[in-house]
Design a protein around this ligand. Structure first.
Ligand SMILES: Nc1ncnc2c1ncn2[C@@H]1O[C@H](COP(=O)(O)OP(=O)(O)OP(=O)(O)O)[C@@H](O)[C@H]1O
Ligand SMILES: [Mg+2]
Length: 393
């Protein structure tokens, strides 16, 4: 797939933007603060229905305006058009408003149905958070890519989080003698086991697949250092990494199905046997909300023992693995968004990144054209970005 046209209205610092993109590399260059990342943000918004920068939807509306619109035309794919519009609500400081998404002209009643229409991977300097920060960053990494492949994952997460919030409210002041409320807790637990076991099953098995690719890339850049992942959970037994080779989509789906049945049993048991403990603590203690992915290099935790360079290499390998897996499991090529990444990479890593982006439409930003490898700048479509307007050069 590739994006042939992008049109923005009142998005971030753009009054309007209208550009025809090439199917290969598209470079957006310009000084700091001119609107380069904003373009990538608008594209990724069409992939996952929100900003990748922790911004509220209302932050994306151009200041002084009341709504924004993003429109993408795609080629060589089942998706040929995505439009997103957002209009501020009455109280715009809350970030809430009306979001409407259309794919191929059809209005989507639920945002989750957007998942998988535009496949995309974003590489940014903040990716280092994957190794440096807490578990939620790694869960988010897995959840975004899994949701693009299996949109059901998005709906399961939504459902799980909704019930978890209700359960926590209930646990806050539940009286263990109140059989009606205990029965309600049992209902919540049953629903949590159902959605939660699918969430963790996908994350575990997907992380094994991701590891196979990422370890290979990492070894290639670092001349043989061993990158690996250990999935961590406090409520089910982690299975052995059985396969040495990547699974195809139907094998993986089948394994996920089987494994989620196993987890469901364990989850149900633990929620029942530790019910009193959760009541005492007034809080949910078990479930995928606590899962983590431990990243190790040469069997030592990367976060604690890795050098800056080793961390960068690992993160780049993980992102490249994400790209390859999306492609392998869907048969469709994701659009790559590279936000200011070349300035951080040395020659070996630049070369590997370049090799791996071949054949994928790439949108990249840089403040300095001269730091781009020549192979890129000579074949790319280059746009100059200046205070919310772009010019093809
Ligand atoms: N809602 C908004 N309305 C108007 N302008 C906005 C809005 N949100 C962000 N901006 C402006 O967008 C600009 C930042 O854009 P962006 O992050 O794309 O910059 P950039 O070109 O990627 O810069 P850098 O090279 O520093 O990463 C800033 O000038 C900011 O003030
Ligand atoms: Mg930027």
């Amino acid at each position: 797939m590739f994006i042939s046209d992008i049109n923005l209205q009142y998005f971030r610092n753009y009054e309007t933007l209208s550009a025809k993109l090439g199917s290969g590399v598209n470079v957006f260059y310009g000084d700091n603060g001119q609107g380069k990342t904003n373009i990538l943000e608008s594209v990724f918004f069409c992939a996952i229905g929100k900003s990748f920068r922790f911004s509220k939807d209302s932050d994306l509306v151009k200041s002084g305006k009341n709504e924004f619109k993003i429109e993408l035309q795609l080629k060589d794919d089942i998706t040929n058009e995505i439009t997103v519009t957002f209009r501020n609500g009455q109280n715009s400081s809350s970030g809430a408003g009306e979001k409407a998404v259309r794919v191929n002209g059809l209005y989507l009643r639920r945002l989750g149905h957007l998942m998988g229409n535009l496949l995309s991977v974003i590489f940014s300097p903040e990716d280092l958070e994957i190794v440096n920060e807490g578990p939620s960053v790694r869960r988010k990494l897995l959840d975004i890519v899994i949701s693009q492949i299996y949109p059901a994952h998005y709906f399961d997460l939504q459902q799980y989080n909704k019930i978890l919030a209700q359960k926590n409210v209930l646990l806050r002041d539940i009286d263990p003698g109140n059989s009606g409320l205990i029965a309600l807790l049992d209902v919540y637990n049953e629903q949590l086991a159902e959605a939660g076991s699918k969430i963790s099953a996908r994350r575990v098995l997907f992380s094994y697949e991701l590891e196979l690719f990422a370890a290979e890339k990492n070894a290639e850049i670092s001349s043989g250092e061993k990158l690996s992942f250990q999935y961590y959970s406090n409520y089910f037994t982690i299975p052995e990494k059985a396969n040495k080779n990547l699974l195809d989509n139907s094998e993986l789906s089948k394994k996920i199905e089987e494994f989620s049945t196993v987890i469901n049993k364990e989850f149900t048991e633990i929620l029942n046997s530790r019910k009193n403990r959760e009541i005492e603590r007034s809080h949910s203690l078990y479930g995928p909300q606590n899962d983590d992915l431990l990243i190790t290099l040469n069997d030592m935790e990367l976060r604690r023992f890795g050098s800056q360079g080793q961390k960068r290499t690992a993160v780049l390998s993980i992102k490249l693995a994400e790209t390859q897996l999306l492609y392998k499991l869907t048969g469709r090529r994701p659009v790559l968004l590279l936000d200011d990444v070349f300035s951080e990479l040395d020659e070996t890593r630049c070369a590997l990144l370049l090799k791996n982006t071949e054949g994928f439409q790439t949108l990249l930003t840089t403040a300095n054209l001269s730091e781009l490898p020549r192979e890129i700048s000579s074949a790319a479509k280059i746009f100059f970005v200046e205070s919310g307007s772009i010019k093809l050069i």
